[in-house]
Design a binder for this molecule. Structure first.
Ligand code: F6P
Length: 363
């Protein structure tokens, strides 16, 4: 049997803090214990299709555990099976998976470790079915991947979002205002729920619990009537009213997920002010949630994920993804991980605890 000597790594989808910590914890032992050559694929699957790959040195992966972003670059527009191509008719998607397979063969790869979210894991699954050797590592600030208790990146985003809620509290209280904060998370409310709970938001709106406008207006008005002169409303970008739809900022056919969400915070702020007469401001936290250094938790989780991913490669357990179960890192079939998105269960303990301290979800 051929020993595993040539291992490639790619980071796909939106970046998040901790990607470099994973790259380091795969590459360092791969080089030092297995004597393997480690190849970095630039900009995720887009770079794989285009053959943008380079050999990594030990210097490339030194001193990066605490650095955000990814030394390899990433992209959410390069799905090889639906690769965006500019034609006379505009953007069309074509199946360019054969190009990625060619580069896999040209570079004589024994395995590829793909670090990414839901979109990346779907691609890992397809290439595995076609006979390529791939292993997945779950990343995303959204924390929406099934079969793992947590993705790395979430804790860092949560830390930033919680600090933002804390900061909004002081200015909200000084000016007696309603402060609406819109946080990321796509179709899952983990960031809004976590930061809203940790930061003591009065209203939390998440995609999993469609809200009624009147409930939101009542919540802030009744606080005001009871002498509480400010309110904090933490809104997930994917939150939607029971009688309405997702608020979409942009549609982009090149993206793995064509919908770019955004704008619900502004809508909520405008409607609160119009209906209650209370002065309201909105903050859209945006990509601040994805930038900067990973928290210690994410550095540790990312390092554990990386070494387990290398172990899976060594054991030839392809088509598997590393996963956190309680405090242990284990592995699960990628097929199982992509069955559905991991959204917040409306009967979860987190929701129960938030309701118990008076948080309103608008239902
Ligand atoms: O999936 C991570 C994420 O940050 C989502 O929370 C957000 O909806 C999306 O990516 C933003 O994508 P982009 O960086 O392409 O604007």
């Amino acid at each position: 049997m051929k020993p595993l000597k040539r291992i490639a790594i790619l980071t796909g989808g939106g970046d998040c803090p901790g990607l470099n910590a994973v790259i380091r914890s795969i590459a360092k032992p791969a080089m030092s214990y297995f004597g393997a050559t480690v190849i970095g694929i630039e900009d995720g699957f887009e770079g794989f299709v285009e053959g943008r790959m380079r050999e990594l040195t030990s210097q490339d992966v030194a001193g990066i555990v605490n650095i955000g972003g990814t030394i390899l670059g990433t992209s959410n527009k390069g799905d090889p099976f639906h690769f965006p191509v500019l034609t006379d008719n505009g953007i069309e998607t074509k199946d360019y998976s054969d190009r990625a397979i060619k580069h896999y063969k040209d570079w004589d790869l024994d395995a590829v470790v793909a670090i990414g979210g839901d979109g990346t894991m779907h691609i890992v699954d397809k290439f595995t079915d076609m006979g390529l050797n791939l292993v997945g590592v779950p990343k995303t600030i959204d924390n929406d991947l099934s079969s793992t208790d947590q993705t790395f990146g979430y804790d860092s985003a949560l830390t930033v979002a919680t600090e933002a809620v804390d900061r909004l509290h002081t200015t909200a209280s000084a000016h007696h205002r309603v402060m609406v904060i819109e946080v990321m998370g796509r179709y899952a409310g983990w960031i809004a729920l976590g930061s809203g709970l940790a930061g003591g938001a009065d209203v939390i709106l998440i995609p999993e619990i469609p809200f009624k406008w009147e409930r939101v207006f009542d919540a802030v008005s009744s606080r005001s009537k009871h002498g509480k002169k400010f309110s904090i409303v933490c809104v997930a970008e994917g939150a939607k009213p029971a009688d309405g739809d997702l608020v979409v900022k942009e549609k982009d056919a090149k993206r793995t997920d064509p919908l770019r969400l955004g704008g619900i915070g502004d809508l909520v702020a405008k409607r609160i002010e119009a209906s209650t007469g209370l002065e309201t401001r909105v903050t859209v936290l945006g990509h601040l949630q994805r930038g900067g250094s990973p928290t210690p938790f994410d550095r540790i989780l990312a390092t554990k994920y990386g070494s387990m991913a290398l172990q899976l490669v060594a054991e030839k357990k392809f088509g598997h993804m590393v996963s956190l179960r309680g405090t242990e890192v284990v592995s699960v079939p990628v097929k199982q991980a992509i069955l559905k998105l991991r959204t917040v269960p409306p009967d979860s303990q987190l929701i129960f605890s938030a309701r118990a301290v008076g948080t309103v979800f608008g239902d």
